[in-house]
Design a protein around this ligand. Structure first.
Ligand code: GLN
Length: 544
Protein backbone atom coordinates (compact mmCIF):
# COMPACT_ATOMS: atom_id res chain seq x y z
CA UNK A 1 0.00 0.00 0.00
CA UNK A 2 1.42 3.37 -0.98
CA UNK A 3 1.47 5.91 1.83
CA UNK A 4 0.22 9.51 1.87
CA UNK A 5 1.35 12.44 3.98
CA UNK A 6 -0.76 15.60 3.91
CA UNK A 7 0.80 18.87 4.98
CA UNK A 8 -1.69 21.57 5.98
CA UNK A 9 -1.06 25.02 7.40
CA UNK A 10 -2.66 27.00 10.19
CA UNK A 11 -2.73 30.44 11.83
CA UNK A 12 -1.43 32.39 8.84
CA UNK A 13 0.21 32.01 5.44
CA UNK A 14 3.90 32.27 4.53
CA UNK A 15 5.12 29.98 7.30
CA UNK A 16 7.16 27.91 4.86
CA UNK A 17 4.81 25.03 4.21
CA UNK A 18 6.31 24.35 0.79
CA UNK A 19 9.84 24.09 2.14
CA UNK A 20 8.61 21.97 5.08
CA UNK A 21 6.87 19.55 2.70
CA UNK A 22 9.89 19.48 0.38
CA UNK A 23 12.25 18.92 3.32
CA UNK A 24 10.20 15.98 4.55
CA UNK A 25 10.24 14.55 1.03
CA UNK A 26 13.98 14.94 0.91
CA UNK A 27 14.46 13.27 4.30
CA UNK A 28 12.51 10.24 3.13
CA UNK A 29 14.67 10.13 0.00
CA UNK A 30 17.78 10.32 2.19
CA UNK A 31 16.53 7.06 3.64
CA UNK A 32 16.34 5.49 0.19
CA UNK A 33 12.59 5.84 -0.37
CA UNK A 34 10.87 6.91 -3.59
CA UNK A 35 8.76 9.99 -3.05
CA UNK A 36 6.23 11.98 -5.03
CA UNK A 37 5.24 15.56 -4.28
CA UNK A 38 1.87 17.19 -5.04
CA UNK A 39 0.74 20.77 -4.52
CA UNK A 40 -2.93 21.47 -4.08
CA UNK A 41 -3.95 25.11 -4.54
CA UNK A 42 -7.44 26.09 -3.46
CA UNK A 43 -7.64 29.09 -5.81
CA UNK A 44 -10.02 29.06 -8.77
CA UNK A 45 -7.39 29.83 -11.41
CA UNK A 46 -6.82 26.74 -13.54
CA UNK A 47 -3.06 27.27 -13.30
CA UNK A 48 -0.59 29.93 -12.21
CA UNK A 49 0.11 31.06 -15.80
CA UNK A 50 -2.02 34.15 -15.62
CA UNK A 51 -1.08 35.16 -12.07
CA UNK A 52 1.06 38.21 -11.46
CA UNK A 53 4.48 37.58 -9.95
CA UNK A 54 3.71 40.55 -7.68
CA UNK A 55 0.89 38.65 -6.09
CA UNK A 56 2.02 35.12 -6.27
CA UNK A 57 5.75 34.95 -6.85
CA UNK A 58 7.38 33.08 -9.68
CA UNK A 59 5.52 30.81 -12.09
CA UNK A 60 7.32 27.47 -12.13
CA UNK A 61 7.26 25.57 -15.44
CA UNK A 62 7.44 21.77 -15.71
CA UNK A 63 8.84 19.67 -18.56
CA UNK A 64 5.36 19.13 -19.97
CA UNK A 65 4.72 22.88 -19.99
CA UNK A 66 2.46 23.23 -16.95
CA UNK A 67 2.61 26.71 -15.39
CA UNK A 68 2.50 25.99 -11.69
CA UNK A 69 2.91 27.38 -8.21
CA UNK A 70 6.45 28.17 -7.12
CA UNK A 71 6.34 25.42 -4.51
CA UNK A 72 6.95 22.94 -7.29
CA UNK A 73 10.31 24.66 -7.62
CA UNK A 74 11.01 23.86 -3.98
CA UNK A 75 10.11 20.23 -4.64
CA UNK A 76 12.44 20.20 -7.66
CA UNK A 77 15.34 21.60 -5.60
CA UNK A 78 14.83 19.39 -2.56
CA UNK A 79 13.60 16.09 -4.01
CA UNK A 80 13.85 13.84 -7.04
CA UNK A 81 10.05 13.60 -7.43
CA UNK A 82 8.93 13.61 -11.05
CA UNK A 83 6.98 16.82 -11.59
CA UNK A 84 4.43 17.42 -14.29
CA UNK A 85 0.94 18.77 -14.83
CA UNK A 86 -0.30 15.90 -12.64
CA UNK A 87 1.52 17.23 -9.56
CA UNK A 88 -0.21 20.60 -9.44
CA UNK A 89 -3.93 20.54 -8.60
CA UNK A 90 -6.14 23.62 -8.33
CA UNK A 91 -9.82 24.16 -7.54
CA UNK A 92 -10.16 25.56 -11.06
CA UNK A 93 -8.93 22.31 -12.62
CA UNK A 94 -11.12 20.12 -10.42
CA UNK A 95 -14.28 22.10 -11.20
CA UNK A 96 -13.39 22.30 -14.89
CA UNK A 97 -13.00 18.52 -15.03
CA UNK A 98 -16.20 17.84 -13.08
CA UNK A 99 -18.22 20.31 -15.16
CA UNK A 100 -16.86 18.82 -18.39
CA UNK A 101 -17.98 15.35 -17.26
CA UNK A 102 -21.36 16.71 -16.27
CA UNK A 103 -21.79 18.21 -19.76
CA UNK A 104 -20.82 14.87 -21.28
CA UNK A 105 -23.65 13.27 -19.30
CA UNK A 106 -21.27 11.10 -17.31
CA UNK A 107 -23.12 11.57 -14.02
CA UNK A 108 -26.24 9.87 -15.40
CA UNK A 109 -28.75 12.47 -14.29
CA UNK A 110 -27.56 12.68 -10.68
CA UNK A 111 -27.19 16.02 -8.88
CA UNK A 112 -23.51 16.95 -9.07
CA UNK A 113 -22.27 18.07 -5.64
CA UNK A 114 -19.14 19.02 -3.74
CA UNK A 115 -19.43 15.77 -1.81
CA UNK A 116 -19.00 13.27 -3.41
CA UNK A 117 -18.23 14.53 -6.92
CA UNK A 118 -15.68 17.26 -6.24
CA UNK A 119 -14.03 15.34 -3.40
CA UNK A 120 -13.94 12.12 -5.49
CA UNK A 121 -12.21 13.97 -8.30
CA UNK A 122 -9.66 15.43 -5.83
CA UNK A 123 -8.92 11.94 -4.46
CA UNK A 124 -8.60 10.50 -7.98
CA UNK A 125 -6.13 13.20 -8.95
CA UNK A 126 -4.01 12.58 -5.83
CA UNK A 127 -4.08 8.81 -6.17
CA UNK A 128 -3.22 8.98 -9.88
CA UNK A 129 0.20 10.22 -8.76
CA UNK A 130 0.59 8.40 -5.46
CA UNK A 131 -0.55 4.92 -6.42
CA UNK A 132 2.14 4.57 -9.07
CA UNK A 133 4.11 1.32 -8.64
CA UNK A 134 7.42 1.78 -6.85
CA UNK A 135 6.39 4.97 -5.03
CA UNK A 136 6.68 4.61 -1.25
CA UNK A 137 5.20 7.88 -0.07
CA UNK A 138 3.39 10.85 -1.59
CA UNK A 139 3.49 14.17 0.16
CA UNK A 140 0.55 16.44 -0.59
CA UNK A 141 0.89 20.07 0.42
CA UNK A 142 -2.49 21.73 0.83
CA UNK A 143 -2.15 25.42 -0.01
CA UNK A 144 -3.91 28.13 1.99
CA UNK A 145 -4.69 28.13 5.70
CA UNK A 146 -7.09 25.87 7.57
CA UNK A 147 -10.32 27.81 7.97
CA UNK A 148 -10.28 29.38 4.49
CA UNK A 149 -13.59 28.70 2.74
CA UNK A 150 -11.94 27.49 -0.47
CA UNK A 151 -9.80 24.85 1.30
CA UNK A 152 -12.79 22.90 2.64
CA UNK A 153 -13.33 20.50 -0.28
CA UNK A 154 -9.63 19.57 -0.19
CA UNK A 155 -9.59 19.06 3.58
CA UNK A 156 -12.76 16.99 3.29
CA UNK A 157 -10.98 14.83 0.68
CA UNK A 158 -8.08 14.42 3.13
CA UNK A 159 -10.49 13.36 5.88
CA UNK A 160 -12.07 10.83 3.54
CA UNK A 161 -8.70 9.41 2.53
CA UNK A 162 -7.71 8.93 6.19
CA UNK A 163 -11.04 7.20 6.77
CA UNK A 164 -10.82 5.01 3.68
CA UNK A 165 -7.15 4.04 3.74
CA UNK A 166 -6.62 4.00 7.51
CA UNK A 167 -4.35 5.94 9.84
CA UNK A 168 -1.40 3.70 9.12
CA UNK A 169 -1.50 4.71 5.46
CA UNK A 170 -2.33 8.40 5.67
CA UNK A 171 -0.58 10.89 7.91
CA UNK A 172 -1.63 14.45 8.73
CA UNK A 173 1.12 16.99 9.35
CA UNK A 174 0.09 20.49 10.39
CA UNK A 175 2.35 23.55 10.27
CA UNK A 176 1.44 26.31 12.72
CA UNK A 177 2.88 29.42 14.32
CA UNK A 178 3.94 29.97 17.93
CA UNK A 179 4.20 33.75 18.02
CA UNK A 180 6.32 35.71 20.44
CA UNK A 181 4.51 38.56 22.22
CA UNK A 182 5.98 41.85 23.40
CA UNK A 183 7.52 40.53 26.62
CA UNK A 184 9.30 37.77 24.68
CA UNK A 185 6.87 35.08 25.74
CA UNK A 186 5.90 32.33 23.25
CA UNK A 187 2.18 31.79 22.86
CA UNK A 188 0.53 28.46 22.03
CA UNK A 189 -3.07 29.65 21.79
CA UNK A 190 -3.17 30.25 18.00
CA UNK A 191 -1.86 26.71 17.51
CA UNK A 192 -4.49 25.28 19.84
CA UNK A 193 -7.19 27.09 17.84
CA UNK A 194 -5.80 26.02 14.52
CA UNK A 195 -5.74 22.36 15.53
CA UNK A 196 -9.26 22.72 16.97
CA UNK A 197 -10.41 23.98 13.59
CA UNK A 198 -8.75 21.03 11.85
CA UNK A 199 -10.34 18.57 14.27
CA UNK A 200 -13.77 20.14 13.66
CA UNK A 201 -13.37 19.15 10.02
CA UNK A 202 -12.54 15.64 11.23
CA UNK A 203 -8.76 15.64 10.87
CA UNK A 204 -6.63 14.86 13.91
CA UNK A 205 -3.04 15.86 13.09
CA UNK A 206 -0.33 13.28 13.83
CA UNK A 207 2.56 15.74 13.69
CA UNK A 208 2.73 19.47 14.41
CA UNK A 209 5.49 21.60 12.96
CA UNK A 210 5.55 24.65 15.21
CA UNK A 211 7.17 27.71 13.65
CA UNK A 212 8.80 29.76 16.38
CA UNK A 213 11.75 32.12 16.66
CA UNK A 214 13.63 29.51 18.72
CA UNK A 215 13.44 25.89 19.90
CA UNK A 216 10.35 25.28 22.02
CA UNK A 217 11.09 24.34 25.63
CA UNK A 218 10.11 20.79 26.60
CA UNK A 219 7.26 21.92 28.89
CA UNK A 220 5.74 23.94 26.07
CA UNK A 221 5.84 20.96 23.74
CA UNK A 222 4.08 18.92 26.43
CA UNK A 223 1.44 21.61 26.84
CA UNK A 224 0.81 21.74 23.07
CA UNK A 225 0.63 17.92 22.98
CA UNK A 226 -1.92 17.88 25.78
CA UNK A 227 -4.16 20.52 24.20
CA UNK A 228 -4.00 19.15 20.67
CA UNK A 229 -4.07 15.41 21.30
CA UNK A 230 -0.79 14.98 19.42
CA UNK A 231 1.91 12.74 20.98
CA UNK A 232 4.69 14.86 22.43
CA UNK A 233 7.34 13.41 20.07
CA UNK A 234 5.14 14.60 17.20
CA UNK A 235 5.35 18.22 18.38
CA UNK A 236 8.33 19.51 16.42
CA UNK A 237 10.01 22.90 16.77
CA UNK A 238 10.29 24.48 13.36
CA UNK A 239 12.55 27.20 14.66
CA UNK A 240 13.85 30.04 12.52
CA UNK A 241 16.92 29.19 10.47
CA UNK A 242 19.06 32.26 9.91
CA UNK A 243 21.66 30.98 7.48
CA UNK A 244 20.11 29.04 4.60
CA UNK A 245 16.94 27.30 3.55
CA UNK A 246 19.00 24.19 2.89
CA UNK A 247 19.56 23.71 6.60
CA UNK A 248 15.86 23.01 7.15
CA UNK A 249 15.98 19.27 6.28
CA UNK A 250 18.80 18.89 8.83
CA UNK A 251 16.81 20.84 11.44
CA UNK A 252 13.80 18.56 10.98
CA UNK A 253 15.93 15.43 10.93
CA UNK A 254 17.63 16.32 14.22
CA UNK A 255 14.20 16.39 15.82
CA UNK A 256 13.25 13.05 14.34
CA UNK A 257 10.55 14.22 11.92
CA UNK A 258 11.32 11.57 9.31
CA UNK A 259 11.50 8.63 11.73
CA UNK A 260 8.31 9.76 13.50
CA UNK A 261 6.44 9.90 10.17
CA UNK A 262 7.74 6.49 9.10
CA UNK A 263 6.92 4.82 12.39
CA UNK A 264 3.37 6.28 12.42
CA UNK A 265 2.94 4.92 8.89
CA UNK A 266 4.24 1.54 10.12
CA UNK A 267 7.08 1.62 7.62
CA UNK A 268 10.62 0.37 8.10
CA UNK A 269 13.13 3.05 9.05
CA UNK A 270 16.23 2.63 6.84
CA UNK A 271 19.50 4.46 7.67
CA UNK A 272 19.57 8.11 6.66
CA UNK A 273 22.41 9.62 4.62
CA UNK A 274 22.36 13.39 5.00
CA UNK A 275 25.89 14.03 3.80
CA UNK A 276 24.60 15.85 0.67
CA UNK A 277 22.76 18.48 2.73
CA UNK A 278 25.65 18.76 5.18
CA UNK A 279 28.02 19.60 2.32
CA UNK A 280 25.64 22.17 0.86
CA UNK A 281 25.15 23.88 4.23
CA UNK A 282 28.85 23.92 5.00
CA UNK A 283 29.63 25.83 1.77
CA UNK A 284 26.71 28.24 2.10
CA UNK A 285 27.54 29.07 5.71
CA UNK A 286 31.25 28.45 5.85
CA UNK A 287 32.96 29.72 2.71
CA UNK A 288 34.96 32.91 3.12
CA UNK A 289 34.57 33.73 -0.57
CA UNK A 290 31.64 35.96 -1.49
CA UNK A 291 30.55 36.95 -4.97
CA UNK A 292 28.13 39.84 -5.52
CA UNK A 293 25.54 39.38 -8.24
CA UNK A 294 23.05 42.05 -9.32
CA UNK A 295 19.67 40.77 -10.47
CA UNK A 296 18.14 43.55 -12.54
CA UNK A 297 14.41 43.19 -13.10
CA UNK A 298 11.09 44.82 -12.48
CA UNK A 299 9.44 42.51 -9.96
CA UNK A 300 12.09 42.95 -7.33
CA UNK A 301 10.01 44.16 -4.36
CA UNK A 302 8.60 40.70 -3.91
CA UNK A 303 11.33 38.35 -2.78
CA UNK A 304 9.82 35.28 -4.45
CA UNK A 305 9.36 36.69 -7.96
CA UNK A 306 12.60 35.20 -9.26
CA UNK A 307 12.82 32.40 -6.70
CA UNK A 308 14.36 29.76 -8.98
CA UNK A 309 16.86 32.26 -10.42
CA UNK A 310 17.96 33.33 -6.94
CA UNK A 311 18.37 29.74 -5.82
CA UNK A 312 20.19 28.70 -8.99
CA UNK A 313 22.69 31.53 -8.40
CA UNK A 314 23.28 30.19 -4.89
CA UNK A 315 23.79 26.71 -6.38
CA UNK A 316 26.32 28.19 -8.80
CA UNK A 317 28.11 29.60 -5.75
CA UNK A 318 28.11 26.22 -4.00
CA UNK A 319 29.67 24.63 -7.11
CA UNK A 320 32.43 27.27 -6.89
CA UNK A 321 32.85 26.97 -3.12
CA UNK A 322 31.54 30.48 -2.74
CA UNK A 323 28.72 32.33 -1.07
CA UNK A 324 26.55 34.51 -3.29
CA UNK A 325 25.22 37.89 -2.26
CA UNK A 326 22.23 38.92 -4.35
CA UNK A 327 21.66 42.60 -4.99
CA UNK A 328 18.18 43.22 -6.39
CA UNK A 329 18.09 46.24 -8.66
CA UNK A 330 14.83 47.77 -9.90
CA UNK A 331 15.27 48.39 -13.63
CA UNK A 332 12.57 51.09 -13.54
CA UNK A 333 14.70 53.10 -11.14
CA UNK A 334 17.62 52.92 -13.59
CA UNK A 335 15.23 54.00 -16.33
CA UNK A 336 13.95 56.96 -14.32
CA UNK A 337 17.48 58.00 -13.39
CA UNK A 338 16.90 57.30 -9.68
CA UNK A 339 19.74 54.80 -9.69
CA UNK A 340 23.07 55.53 -11.33
CA UNK A 341 24.44 52.37 -12.99
CA UNK A 342 27.99 53.64 -12.38
CA UNK A 343 27.33 53.60 -8.65
CA UNK A 344 25.17 50.52 -8.30
CA UNK A 345 27.36 48.31 -10.48
CA UNK A 346 30.71 49.55 -9.17
CA UNK A 347 30.99 46.79 -6.57
CA UNK A 348 29.21 44.11 -8.60
CA UNK A 349 30.90 40.96 -9.93
CA UNK A 350 28.20 39.79 -12.32
CA UNK A 351 24.81 40.91 -13.67
CA UNK A 352 21.78 38.78 -14.39
CA UNK A 353 18.65 39.97 -16.19
CA UNK A 354 15.85 37.45 -15.65
CA UNK A 355 12.60 36.74 -17.51
CA UNK A 356 9.60 39.01 -17.56
CA UNK A 357 6.62 40.29 -19.49
CA UNK A 358 5.41 43.76 -20.48
CA UNK A 359 7.13 47.01 -21.28
CA UNK A 360 7.83 48.46 -17.84
CA UNK A 361 11.49 48.73 -16.91
CA UNK A 362 12.76 47.61 -20.32
CA UNK A 363 14.97 50.63 -21.00
CA UNK A 364 16.61 50.21 -17.60
CA UNK A 365 17.47 46.64 -18.56
CA UNK A 366 18.83 47.78 -21.93
CA UNK A 367 21.10 50.27 -20.15
CA UNK A 368 22.21 47.48 -17.83
CA UNK A 369 23.12 45.19 -20.73
CA UNK A 370 25.03 48.02 -22.40
CA UNK A 371 26.93 48.65 -19.20
CA UNK A 372 27.87 44.99 -18.80
CA UNK A 373 28.85 44.64 -22.48
CA UNK A 374 31.01 47.74 -22.66
CA UNK A 375 32.70 47.21 -19.25
CA UNK A 376 33.37 43.49 -19.65
CA UNK A 377 31.23 42.55 -16.63
CA UNK A 378 29.89 38.98 -16.72
CA UNK A 379 26.28 39.10 -17.93
CA UNK A 380 23.67 36.36 -17.96
CA UNK A 381 20.37 37.07 -19.71
CA UNK A 382 17.49 34.68 -19.24
CA UNK A 383 14.59 34.72 -21.70
CA UNK A 384 13.65 38.43 -21.59
CA UNK A 385 17.27 39.02 -20.51
CA UNK A 386 18.44 37.57 -23.85
CA UNK A 387 15.92 39.61 -25.84
CA UNK A 388 17.30 42.69 -24.04
CA UNK A 389 20.78 41.81 -25.38
CA UNK A 390 19.34 41.84 -28.91
CA UNK A 391 17.61 45.19 -28.49
CA UNK A 392 20.68 46.78 -26.89
CA UNK A 393 23.05 45.48 -29.55
CA UNK A 394 20.77 46.48 -32.42
CA UNK A 395 20.44 50.02 -31.06
CA UNK A 396 24.00 50.66 -29.92
CA UNK A 397 26.19 48.58 -32.24
CA UNK A 398 24.12 48.26 -35.43
CA UNK A 399 22.76 51.78 -34.89
CA UNK A 400 19.22 50.73 -35.73
CA UNK A 401 16.77 53.43 -34.69
CA UNK A 402 13.71 52.22 -32.85
CA UNK A 403 15.09 48.71 -32.44
CA UNK A 404 12.69 46.99 -30.06
CA UNK A 405 10.48 44.00 -29.40
CA UNK A 406 6.97 44.15 -30.79
CA UNK A 407 5.87 43.11 -27.30
CA UNK A 408 6.82 46.59 -26.07
CA UNK A 409 6.38 48.74 -29.19
CA UNK A 410 4.08 46.88 -31.61
CA UNK A 411 4.84 49.17 -34.58
CA UNK A 412 8.53 49.82 -33.85
CA UNK A 413 10.84 50.79 -36.70
CA UNK A 414 13.13 47.79 -36.28
CA UNK A 415 11.35 44.80 -34.75
CA UNK A 416 14.45 42.80 -33.76
CA UNK A 417 12.33 40.65 -31.43
CA UNK A 418 8.85 39.76 -32.65
CA UNK A 419 6.14 37.17 -33.05
CA UNK A 420 6.54 34.59 -35.80
CA UNK A 421 4.29 34.90 -38.86
CA UNK A 422 2.34 31.78 -37.83
CA UNK A 423 1.85 33.21 -34.36
CA UNK A 424 0.43 36.45 -35.71
CA UNK A 425 -2.18 34.44 -37.64
CA UNK A 426 -3.38 32.57 -34.57
CA UNK A 427 -2.84 35.38 -32.10
CA UNK A 428 -6.50 35.85 -31.31
CA UNK A 429 -6.91 32.23 -30.36
CA UNK A 430 -4.29 32.22 -27.62
CA UNK A 431 -1.99 29.27 -27.08
CA UNK A 432 0.95 30.98 -28.75
CA UNK A 433 3.34 30.60 -25.85
CA UNK A 434 6.28 28.24 -26.28
CA UNK A 435 6.02 26.21 -23.09
CA UNK A 436 7.89 23.29 -21.60
CA UNK A 437 10.90 21.18 -22.48
CA UNK A 438 12.39 21.14 -25.94
CA UNK A 439 15.72 20.51 -27.61
CA UNK A 440 18.32 23.05 -28.67
CA UNK A 441 21.42 22.52 -30.79
CA UNK A 442 24.55 24.26 -29.60
CA UNK A 443 26.92 25.48 -32.27
CA UNK A 444 30.65 24.63 -32.31
CA UNK A 445 33.23 27.07 -30.95
CA UNK A 446 30.76 28.96 -28.78
CA UNK A 447 30.85 29.75 -25.08
CA UNK A 448 27.57 27.96 -24.46
CA UNK A 449 28.78 24.78 -26.15
CA UNK A 450 31.84 24.76 -23.91
CA UNK A 451 29.64 25.30 -20.84
CA UNK A 452 27.39 22.31 -21.59
CA UNK A 453 30.03 20.17 -23.30
CA UNK A 454 27.22 18.75 -25.44
CA UNK A 455 25.62 19.51 -28.78
CA UNK A 456 21.97 18.71 -28.02
CA UNK A 457 20.50 20.01 -24.79
CA UNK A 458 16.98 20.04 -23.34
CA UNK A 459 15.61 23.03 -21.48
CA UNK A 460 12.24 24.48 -20.51
CA UNK A 461 10.67 27.45 -22.27
CA UNK A 462 8.03 30.01 -21.39
CA UNK A 463 7.89 32.83 -23.87
CA UNK A 464 6.00 34.12 -26.86
CA UNK A 465 8.42 36.37 -28.76
CA UNK A 466 11.49 35.31 -30.77
CA UNK A 467 14.61 36.94 -32.17
CA UNK A 468 13.61 38.10 -35.68
CA UNK A 469 15.40 35.98 -38.25
CA UNK A 470 15.66 38.90 -40.65
CA UNK A 471 18.16 40.57 -38.32
CA UNK A 472 20.03 37.42 -37.31
CA UNK A 473 22.85 37.61 -39.84
CA UNK A 474 23.56 41.29 -39.22
CA UNK A 475 23.65 40.75 -35.47
CA UNK A 476 25.96 37.75 -35.86
CA UNK A 477 28.36 39.54 -38.20
CA UNK A 478 28.69 42.49 -35.84
CA UNK A 479 29.53 40.42 -32.77
CA UNK A 480 26.31 39.10 -31.25
CA UNK A 481 26.98 35.45 -32.01
CA UNK A 482 24.30 32.78 -32.17
CA UNK A 483 25.33 30.05 -29.75
CA UNK A 484 22.28 27.82 -29.93
CA UNK A 485 19.29 27.23 -32.17
CA UNK A 486 16.20 25.03 -32.13
CA UNK A 487 16.88 21.57 -33.54
CA UNK A 488 15.55 22.58 -36.96
CA UNK A 489 17.66 25.79 -36.81
CA UNK A 490 14.56 27.92 -37.29
CA UNK A 491 14.80 29.90 -34.03
CA UNK A 492 17.57 31.42 -31.94
CA UNK A 493 17.97 29.79 -28.52
CA UNK A 494 21.13 31.47 -27.30
CA UNK A 495 23.31 34.49 -28.06
CA UNK A 496 26.69 35.65 -26.79
CA UNK A 497 28.90 38.72 -27.08
CA UNK A 498 31.98 37.89 -29.17
CA UNK A 499 35.18 38.93 -27.43
CA UNK A 500 33.49 39.58 -24.08
CA UNK A 501 34.73 37.61 -21.03
CA UNK A 502 31.31 36.11 -20.29
CA UNK A 503 28.19 37.60 -21.87
CA UNK A 504 25.50 35.13 -22.71
CA UNK A 505 21.74 35.00 -23.10
CA UNK A 506 19.38 32.05 -23.40
CA UNK A 507 15.77 31.99 -24.59
CA UNK A 508 14.95 29.18 -22.14
CA UNK A 509 14.88 28.88 -18.35
CA UNK A 510 17.82 26.89 -16.97
CA UNK A 511 16.99 27.98 -13.40
CA UNK A 512 14.12 25.49 -13.17
CA UNK A 513 16.39 22.45 -13.22
CA UNK A 514 19.29 23.62 -11.04
CA UNK A 515 19.79 21.81 -7.73
CA UNK A 516 21.76 22.77 -4.62
CA UNK A 517 24.33 20.01 -4.89
CA UNK A 518 24.19 19.87 -8.68
CA UNK A 519 24.21 23.42 -10.01
CA UNK A 520 23.07 24.01 -13.57
CA UNK A 521 26.23 24.39 -15.70
CA UNK A 522 25.24 27.87 -16.90
CA UNK A 523 24.90 29.14 -13.33
CA UNK A 524 28.07 27.33 -12.27
CA UNK A 525 30.07 28.93 -15.09
CA UNK A 526 28.45 32.37 -14.73
CA UNK A 527 29.41 32.43 -11.06
CA UNK A 528 32.89 31.13 -11.95
CA UNK A 529 33.31 34.01 -14.44
CA UNK A 530 32.02 36.50 -11.84
CA UNK A 531 34.59 35.25 -9.30
CA UNK A 532 37.34 35.73 -11.90
CA UNK A 533 36.07 39.21 -12.72
CA UNK A 534 36.04 40.05 -9.02
CA UNK A 535 39.65 38.93 -8.79
CA UNK A 536 40.69 41.18 -11.67
CA UNK A 537 38.65 44.09 -10.39
CA UNK A 538 40.04 44.03 -6.87
CA UNK A 539 43.32 42.32 -7.52
CA UNK A 540 42.46 39.77 -4.83
CA UNK A 541 40.60 36.61 -5.75
CA UNK A 542 37.25 36.55 -3.99
CA UNK A 543 38.19 37.93 -0.57
CA UNK A 544 35.32 39.26 1.54
N1 GLN B 1 8.13 38.55 -22.59
C1 GLN B 1 9.04 37.75 -23.36
C2 GLN B 1 8.31 36.83 -24.33
O1 GLN B 1 7.15 36.56 -24.18
C3 GLN B 1 9.99 36.99 -22.48
C4 GLN B 1 9.29 35.97 -21.63
C5 GLN B 1 10.11 35.52 -20.46
O2 GLN B 1 11.11 36.15 -20.11
N2 GLN B 1 9.71 34.44 -19.83
O3 GLN B 1 8.91 36.34 -25.24
Amino acid sequence: MNKYIFVTGGVCSSLGKGVAAASLGSLLECRGLTVRMIKVDPYINVDAGTMSPYQHGEVYVTDDGAETDLDLGNYARFTASTLSRANSITTGQIYQEVIRREREGRYLGRTVQVIPHITDRIKQRIRAVGDEAGVHATIVEVGGTVGDIESYPFLEAVRQMIHELGKKNVLAVHLTLIPEVANGELKTKPTQHSVKELREIGIQPDVLLCRAPEQLPEDMRRKIALFTNVDVDGVISAYDIKSTLYEIPLMYHQQGLDSICLSRLEMEIPEADLSGWERVVSVVTGSSQVVRIAVVGKYIELSDSYKSVDEALIHGGIANDSRVQLIKVDSEKIERGEIDPEKVFAEIDGILVPGGFGSRGIDGMVRTAEYARTRGIPYFGICLGMQIMVIEFARNVLGLNGADSTEFVPDCQNPVVSLLEEQIDVKNYGGTMRLGRSASRLLPDTLIRSVYGEEIIYERHRHRYEVSNSYRQRLNESGLTTGGVTEDSSLVESLEWAGHPWGLGVQFHPEFISRPADAHPLFREFIGASIRYRGQRSGVVGET
